[in-house]
Design a binder for this molecule. Sequence first.
Ligand code: TXA
Ligand code: MG
Length: 336
Amino acid sequence: MKILAPSPAAISEAVEALKQGALVAFPTETVYGLGASAVDANALKRLYAAKGRPAEHPVIVHLSDTDQLSEWVSHIPPAAMRLAQSLWPGPMTLILPRSVRAQDAVTGGQNSVGVRIPNHPVALELLKSFGDGVAAPSANKFGQLSPTNATDVASEFRDELAIVLDGGPCDVGIESTIIDFSQEQPRILRPGMILPEQIELIAGIKLQAGLWASSKTESTRVPGGLPSHYAPNTPLEIVSGEKLEESVRSRLESGKRVCVLSFRQPERSAVWVAASNTANVYARQLYSNLRKLDQQRADVILVEAVPTGSDWDGISDRLRRAASKIANPKDGQHDK
Ligand code: TXA
Ligand code: MG
């Protein structure tokens, strides 16, 4: 595996690698993606193997231009087109009816395909030069935290990965908002930093109520079906602001090693990361903060509950999933 600073030569090398069926990790504005040619069945096999991901789990096809949409989807509802035109490139994925070109290895055998144009100059340059769809899940092993910088990508993989394009830290920090247009009424499958009210306004639609919460009861194909997604190895608990001090104290008194992610100032001997109380900044730093705390190998990571409100929904969704590892220890089988 090579880590390359972005340059025209690095992009050409990465494009060549993709054409030969190799895997290339690249930066996007949300998190780093683990890319494979979306039209190369062997490359897709390699992608699933490298990630350790079950075969029926669909991946997002990344494009550089809305002109490419018609190659991947059979139909674009006008509301989805309005979102594509006003929010792409950006942190949004649309689930649309698939074309014949979208193979089962991309769609997980479903009739729909996820597509996105990421807003990162390196990603756009790579996708444009490659000239076709790049399948890219987040560049982490299945069930682990998504990486938001090149070093975190490199720490997860060895030679199963040809190149990591280093585009610096990701600006958004949590994965794209996923909107499903494959059913009668559009709905959010995964909340992110593009908010429901923004989507409804731009698309001129009403999203199906209940949002992503309903996905928890559905099959593994829907994000959220697997609660251990986005989880650190250290057990993580979400604690309300009022109970935080007491929780930290009682753990320390019983000899536990505690780390904390909180809006407050550090306390006593716990390892403490002070989080921003601005949602955008909190999201940007979330995964690297959790990785930092995970590296402490403490007994527990206590995370102060975040405020309610749609701008925090994507964040609290990721925190809930990170915490659900405790309630669902069987999911630990997907650890490294
Ligand atoms: O921000 C992002 O979306 C990042 C960057 C790299 O673009 N990608 C990402 O990919 O988060 P991944 O594979 O880690 O998560 C994509 C989610 C999966 O949970 C998958 O189930 C869902 O999207 N997905 C993809 N295609 C789908 C489809 N046709 N129907 C339902 N869910 C789909
Ligand atoms: Mg992921």
